[in-house]
Ligand binder design. Structure first.
Ligand code: B1M
Length: 209
């Protein structure tokens, strides 16, 4: 089995110790951090989702797989993030109300930090009022993440709350998460959508230029 397959399997088994061991071994053998992320960790979470849909995995299995992935991600973080010297802009980010998924949002935060943005992460299950309260002078971008079709409407209510507070003309709002699309972003009045963490960085940079 290749090193990336070992990592994939360890996450699928929800085995944090083995995930840590295999990620370290792959790095020592010279495997690129980005390959470990995409082909090992992210691919495994995709399979976890598929197994959950098929009824072969339940919430506890999803949760322990997510923990194993996050442990692996912690090792990769310093390698994926090459901190910029001067912040290029400030981003407030969070997973919207009702939604507890944070792996994708954490990845987006990490990549933004790596690209030189200052990031204020409000966490998960963030109510619209909390997003509004976090928009101070100096904030350039608000990032909203949602992984559930049932919490996508929280993105719309958050944008509405930002508009009602008269803050939308001061910031750009970007959204993302597995069920989110560019069409949905347009429909709810967001300024942009990104399908993954890398493209979130490109989008954020283009919006502050
Ligand atoms: Co949940 N879950 N989950 N889950 N979970 C999904 C999302 C699901 C698709 C699984 C499935 O059925 N196949 C399904 C949603 C179905 C739907 O809405 N149509 C689902 C469900 C149903 C649920 C529960 C309702 C299950 C239950 O209780 N019966 C429950 C809801 C809890 C809640 O939130 N209120 C639930 C719970 C959980 C756990 C807690 C067990 C765990 C989360 C742990 C955690 O996050 N700390 C979990 C997990 C792990 C998943 C799957 C398996 C993996 C998600 C993940 O981390 N992916 C997921 C299945 C899947 O997505 N295939 C699933 C890896 C991550 C890197 O990708 O998050 O997509 P992603 O992020 C990407 C992009 O989307 C994008 O960039 C990221 C990096 O490239 N992106 C942005 C994300 N945010 C962005 C923001 C941006 C820009 C880009 O700008 C601001």
């Amino acid at each position: 089995m290749s090193q990336l397959e070992d990592i994939y399997q360890a996450v699928l088994n929800g085995d944090t110790e083995v995930t840590l061991e295999k990620v370290r071994a792959a790095l020592s053998a010279g495997v690129a951090a980005s390959d470990i992320l995409q082909t090992g960790l992210i691919a495994a979470m995709g399979e976890v989702g598929r197994l959950f849909e098929e009824g072969d995995y339940y919430v506890p299995e999803m949760l322990i797989a997510a923990r194993a992935m996050q442990a692996g991600l912690e090792i990769l973080k310093p390698l994926l993030v090459e901190a910029g010297v001067e912040p290029v802009g400030k981003v407030v980010i969070g997973t919207v109300k009702g939604d507890l998924h944070d792996i994708g949002k954490n990845l987006v935060s990490m990549m933004l930090e790596g690209a030189g943005f200052e990031v204020v992460d409000l966490g998960v299950d963030v109510a619209p009022e909390k997003f509004v309260a976090a928009i101070h002078d100096g904030v350039d971008i608000l990032g909203l993440s949602a992984l559930l079709t049932t919490t996508m409407p929280s993105m719309e209510s958050t944008i509405k709350a930002i508009e009602e507070a008269g803050l939308h003309d001061r910031i750009k709002i970007i959204i993302g998460g597995a069920p989110v699309t560019a069409e949905y972003a347009k429909k709810i009045g967001a300024d942009g959508f990104a399908p993954d963490a890398g493209q979130a960085v490109t989008l954020a940079k283009s919006l502050i230029d």
